[in-house]
Write a protein that binds this ligand. Sequence first.
Ligand code: GLA
Length: 516
Amino acid sequence: MQLATHSRRPESRQTLYRLLLASSLLLLSAVPVTAQTDLTGFWVLRLPTGDGNYHEAFFDLKQAGEKVTGKVLTGFGELPISEGTFSNGKLHLATTLRFENQEHHISYDGAMQGEKISMTVQFPGREPRAGIAERTKPEAALPPPRLPLPALQDVPDNGLARTPPMGWNSWNRFAGKVDDAAVRGMADAMVATGMKDLGYTYINIDDTWQGPHDAQGNPTANRKFPDMKALADYVHSKGLKIGIYSSPGPKTCADYEGSYGREEQDAKTYAAWGFDYLKYDWCSAGRIYKDEDMQAVYQKMGNALLGTSRPIVLSLCQYGHAEVWKWGPKVGGNLWRTTGDISDNWKSMESIGFSQFDIASYARPGHWNDPDMLEVGNGGMTNDEYRTHMSLWSLLAAPLLAGNDLRTMSDETKSILMNREVIAIDQDPDAKPVKKISEQGSTLVVARPLKDNTVAVGLFNRGDTATTIATHWADLGLQGTLKVRDLWAHQDLGAIADQFSATVPSHGVVMITVKP
Ligand code: GLA
């Protein structure tokens, strides 16, 4: 009671003070010894990614007794907490993420460690991940401000990608597991398999290469990529080119640092490291800018890349929003994604691939529609389905970016990715648009005029049983007797009059060229 006895307060005040002190002591002793922290408030959970970075999730919690309610704020948006309890220092939360028509239940289990919570997160089908949560301010979860955007002005053509880019990209197969060794291995395999000789050129690193920007604001790579310049030199030494990935937002789609506010500095560093290709993915920019801002946001990077004076292909990735095919070339885009992400299954591939014909006429040398990267060889589709995938992408003049592990390809996968005759359709220098010729139930015929008066024709069967599909020369604007070649059988079928018909397997294709 030192405070009270030694104070020089007047007598009445001192009494009041003693009374207050005594009553608060009484109150304290009335609280049961089992009392626990009140978790109400804002928390940030940091989950180490294993490469020196952290993924962050925010919690806005309300506690009443042992019940905890509130929401989790992740890169996917706000998710209400569906189960929440806190008892004897142990926290349990659960939430449901709805993504691509599926429900994913995520649970968070934690134990108090002083003022912090040591937490384990269980995403369905994944290894549990552990991290520490601590109190933070709600502002920490807010996106940074919108940056001033340049007035719209066409970015000069960089002269690259006169035919659709061909190469490999890490995302479909490796996602967050891509590293320096895998990239070098893919460059080696691209040469050893002969893919390079067929035109495959770019070895593209997708998301998760990044570390935090350094004190000078320069981008850095994380532990998985010890020396970006040396890696680029290695890929170049194989006669190949190398690509990198970023976002105009503060965070990429995998929650790594993006180029927000550092566009020019990032472009300069990519050029200094020796990169030849940038995939620029909208992701968290959607929390800052509106769809109407996309053109200006991408223009900024288009100009930043041109400013480096290194030839760098610009790949726009904003999932086909805001009719990007109409303005992609103006911002310096060499290719632009036209859809959401592809997955390695028939449903995903067919719904993307067969929905692209209406915009085919926007593709032209230097500027291509990109219905996403190839899944050929990743194991989720049959070889007939993969042949459909490769044929469709080639008829669409889509970029051919293999998404499988090139080091361990089966002969069948090689025969699909390395079909010289199908690749030639994709790379045809005239880049005339493919057209739907006829559609009946689940069968479909499409055709694309090529140089030298040749026409490529795809007969597709989306149905569940083999079926015969026919096309008349007249439907293709041709007549008489035409020389027909089967591009998957690698066979001349001879001179055929009036029409062609073939039995096409379920989910399969017959692809031919016809020549007067
Ligand atoms: C988005 C893109 C994908 C891939 C991932 C990486 O989903 O559409 O192609 O780049 O981000 O996080």
